[in-house]
Design a protein. Structure first.
Lengths: 488, 185
């Protein structure tokens, strides 16, 4: 190939950006996506799967010990009653948001480049929500009464308090998980049918066929399917904005300086998208290499994602500055002390890790060379995720550790079980993701085929729709408009 | 449309299945089949072909109405549950607010509205598409396996009043079909 990938991307045909390289036909797309699943397991996959599974085992040990012994095994104290548990919860739920942004919001904005990455990003959302749901579940201490969070009739005649943001959170996160799963599954149905029809073994035909529900690519089915997909995107868009807003209200509705601010909902949503795109990038850089999908997930996709990260990273930086300004401008000494303490107190190290990872380093994305360099993108995606984890840690722990009275000041140090739970949640996430890329099509082939030029029935200069109208035979019952008789 | 009508034709033949090489051929063939007055027919494609629903003369999907009803049910149920709990079943004074402090009930009302609307969209779509339906006469055709890969088909069912095993096949051939197959039912 004489031209480099970057040159090919800069040479769009007739003003349309080239989304898929090497101009493949439909069958080549199916092959590129389905073959890695049908081949024998690549060695590289075990290289990621075994460490992930080991970390998942660690999570099992840590959670079992937690249930046995209680949350005293964590480094929590008075005044720091929330630390790694809720930090991990907010971190993971934020990761999930980029998946919904890619699958729903970019769909509504007709951003066709999303088709190469939306499937994997949606899967990431579901696994991130699983990790997120784990932490509020286990941090309650007496997990066997965790069902008290749900409005279930019980012998005590007691009901949960629907006026508490913590209960809004239970509903928001579980609805988000359910809707994300439905959205992902609906998108998978045509591709599961592809896997069924390509299947050579009885097991594959049955397994994929069962979940493909007998999909037969009928236009009458596509007609309702497309309507359902559009509606789900339109529902998921306000939902995703509401979820992280409600998560932020867990803090903002309290009266604690450092938490009690109205900027939280938009600030949390921007940070969620920022960290989520970083995680999508981490996963996609590895997957496109391992599964040789460089022509489907191109540098153009990475370029677009880097731009979104630059925007959301700058929004987050702006929010950090606004918080400081508001703390000073409010004239409230407690509020201002909390923020000075954040940047210069015992946790200043965490604050400055956060600022350098989230605000300073993403500025490199102003340069196209950085946005299209795989090594820089990969390193930046890790840095941003570290930074966003620290953002949640800073918000939660620095606001708690110096209470109103100096006699109730404290310092949180994580124990080995705090760290085991954090690492273990990565084990859960990456184990699920490894299984996903091994057994399910990680690119939405039906959608990618739809953005190829030859997918458009009016593609090509000599095939204008007007011409075909003139050639239509004058059937006696033909009306002036397309006859609706075809619809049943 | 009756809810439980016969799903597939009875009789010796299911219908004819014709393969087309490109989306353009398929699009124009669909326009002609529509104009020929067939009613029990379908196009089969690996991805939704833009504008093909118009070429087939399909009506708008009623799904948005199903979703609207489901979403309103969810929102009303969510609001009603909270009202009943706080104002009737288990009244508690919280922060000196009235029992029926409706603004605090909006987030959960919204979430449950979205949840039910999403269920309406997915299960409504399954209902309209009659999914799951794991057995279908079309699956007996060998070439039909490529419908989820790169092939485009039109199928016309034998119970269509205008159906004729040889004439319908000839019509599809004249519209540029690459191959035409008569399917057993």
């Amino acid at each position: 190939m004489a031209q480099t990938e970057a040159e090919l991307l800069d040479n769009p045909v007739a003003g349309n950006p080239t989304l898929i390289l090497r101009s493949p036909d439909f069958h080549a797309i199916t092959d590129a996506v389905a073959e890695p699943i049908e081949r024998a397991t690549p060695i590289g996959w075990w290289f990621f799967f075994i460490p992930s599974l080991a970390l998942l085992g660690l999570l099992g040990v840590a959670v079992s010990w937690l249930f046995w012994e209680g949350i005293g095994i964590w480094g929590l104290n008075v005044p720091v009653g929330w630390a790694f548990d809720i930090t991990n919860f907010v971190f993971w739920i934020g990761i999930g948001h980029a998946g919904t942004l890619i699958s729903a919001i970019l769909f509504l904005f007709r951003q066709k480049w999303r088709t190469s990455i939306n499937r994997a990003a949606e899967a990431m959302t579901i696994f991130a929500v699983m990790c997120a749901l784990l932490f509020p579940g286990i941090h309650v201490g007496r997990v066997w009464v965790a069902y008290w969070m749900f409005p279930l009739p019980n012998q005590m005649g007691v009901w949960p308090n629907f006026r508490s943001p913590l209960l809004w959170d239970v509903f928001a996160v579980s609805v988000y998980g359910t809707v994300s799963l439905l959205f992902w599954y609906v998108g998978l149905i045509p591709d599961l049918a592809t896997m069924r029809d390509r299947g050579t073994t009885h097991g594959r035909k049955f397994g994929y066929g069962l979940f493909a529900l007998g999909w037969r690519g009928s236009m009458r089915q596509w007609h309702h399917y497309e309507s359902a997909y559009l509606i789900l995107a339109a529902l998921a868009t306000p939902l995703v904005l509401s979820v992280h807003s409600i998560v932020s209200m867990d803090f903002a509705v309290s009266l604690l300086p450092g938490w009690h601010t109205t900027i939280f909902p938009p600030y949390f949503v921007a940070g969620a998208i920022f960290s989520g795109f970083a995680m999508v990038l981490t996963l996609m850089v590895i997957c496109r290499k391992v599964f040789r999908l460089e022509h489907i997930i191109t540098l153009r996709h990475f370029d677009y994602m880097a731009k979104i990260m630059l925007v959301t990273g700058s929004m987050v930086g702006f929010a950090y500055a606004t918080e400081f300004f508001t703390a000073w401008y409010s004239g409230n000494p407690y509020e201002f002390f909390t923020f000075l303490n954040r940047a210069g107190g015992p946790y200043a190290w965490a604050y400055w890790i956060m600022v350098s990872c989230n605000v300073i380093s993403p500025q490199v994305f102003w340069f196209k060379k950085a946005r299209t360099s795989i090594p820089i993108l990969f390193v930046m995606s890790i840095i941003i995720n570290i930074g966003m984890w620290f953002e949640r840690f800073v918000i939660i722990v620095t606001s708690l550790h110096r209470d109103f009275l100096p006699s109730s000041w404290g310092y949180f140090v994580p124990t080995r079980w705090d760290i085991a739970c954090l690492l273990g949640s990565f084990g859960l996430f990456f184990t699920m993701f490894c299984l996903f890329v091994r057994f399910l099509p990680m690119v939405a082939t039906a959608e990618v085929k739809g953005v190829l030029p030859q997918a458009d029935p009016h593609h090509g200069s000599d095939l204008q729709p007007e011409r075909s109208k003139d050639h239509r035979p004058a059937w006696p019952h033909r009306g002036p408009e397309p006859a609706p008789g075809g619809a049943s | 449309m009756p809810l439980f009508r016969q799903q597939v034709p009875t009789g010796p033949h299911y219908g004819v299945l014709a393969e087309f090489a490109t989306t353009t051929d398929l699009y124009h063939a669909c326009e002609r089949v529509r104009d020929a007055g067939f009613t029990r027919w379908d196009a089969h494609t690996p991805f939704p072909v833009h504008g093909l629903d118009k070429a087939m003369g399909l009506k708008r999907s009623p799904l948005p109405w199903i979703v609207l009803v489901a979403g309103l049910t969810g929102a009303a149920g969510g609001f009603g549950l909270q009202y009943w709990v706080h104002a009737d079943a288990y009244p508690l004074v919280i922060s000196g607010k009235p029992y029926f402090a409706w603004p605090a009930m909006i987030p959960i009302t919204f979430e449950l509205g979205v949840l039910f609307a999403a269920f309406g969209a997915v299960f409504g779509m399954f209902g309209l598409n009659k999914l799951p339906m794991h057995h279908h006469p079309l699956f007996k055709s060998k070439i039909f396996e490529r419908v989820t890969d790169d092939a485009f088909f039109i199928s016309i069912e034998s119970r269509d009043p205008k159906f004729d095993p040889s004439a319908t096949g000839k019509l599809l051939e004249s519209l540029g079909a690459r191959s035409v197959e008569l399917l057993e039912s």
